[in-house]
Write a protein that binds this ligand. Sequence first.
Ligand SMILES: Cc1ncc(COP(=O)(O)O)c(C=O)c1O
Length: 370
Amino acid sequence: MIVGPIAHIDLGALRHNLAVCRAAAPSSRLWAVIKADAYGHGMGHCAAALEAADGFAVARVQEALGLRAIGIDKPLLVLEGAASEAELGAVLSLQVELTVHSSRQLDLIRTQLRANPPPRPQRIWLKLDTGMGRLGLQDAEAVALIERLRTRTSPLELAGIMTHLANADDPTHPMTASQCEQARALAERFGLPLSIGNSAGILAHPAARSDWVRPGIMLYGGSPLLGQAAAALDLRPAMTLTSQLIAVRELPAGAAIGYGSTYRCPQPMRVGVVAIGYGDGYPRHAPTGTPVLIRGRRAALLGRVSMDMISVDLRQIPAATVGDPVTLWGQGLPVEEVAEQVGTINYELLCRIANRVRLVYDEQAPGGRL
Ligand SMILES: Cc1ncc(COP(=O)(O)O)c(C=O)c1O
């Protein structure tokens, strides 16, 4: 047995979740968001499994270059756009669609295209800030840019208007409707395609089911909605993170466990040591009580998370023995439940899986970690 954590990736779950997404937004085209190494699941394999998407969205130019380098020839969208001349120089010949969130970005693209006219027009999506307050143009700036683009002949094609929702995870939040309305008004004024919905938007806000949607977390089987279980949304976890018990100890009452001795055994007890820690991306702030799954039963984490190990309470699982698999999240233990204990979100736990965790796919597909 090779000891150490494994993230089992169920590519069938990815395809199922994509179908759930299609069913929720049947008239929309779909950018599958595979940034951050496909939320920790391995960009190359996920791109292959999500082949039925209309295109892939990534955050950065570097990620788009990586996808082209492994032969992904589907439409690609860079959500943050290009930040420098060097990035533009690398990406402009690769038929990658770029977000433009500032007039500076547009000027950069124009200058580069003048120097190196492309064989086909460069497609750009104008990003509108409708309340996220992060990247994006104010309404008036967007109008001015669109009018500038319309009056000049340029090797640029305005692909559409995009905006990002700030509170879609709360189905009752009033801001989502006004964000959708503002973006829709601009797109309709100029007869342009519109892209709004992230996972939460797609599932909970009909107005966000725009011409193009951009699901991320739901493809990986994570719930995008506050307080709603993924299973209730018919989403299947794509990642199950497991490791093994590497020691089973009988500790006396009063024995301290781990750095800082933050946990003391209240009675003589069986304690298991699991080969996973913050060096693998398991959250260091997971408190005593965070659940793991052994032999189909919950066991509670005890004391502090170390770099390579955690300790768990085996009082309720007397048969547990060295070598037993331990599930940290995934099948049987929703990542949302662990995230809530830790005070974070499913996105962060999935994305933070470290490089030394082996990704094992349930079927052969080209690619892997980029
Ligand atoms: C601009 C943009 N669109 C879409 C997504 C996908 O969001 P989600 O994973 O919530 O579906 C993200 C993710 O952060 C994003 O930044």
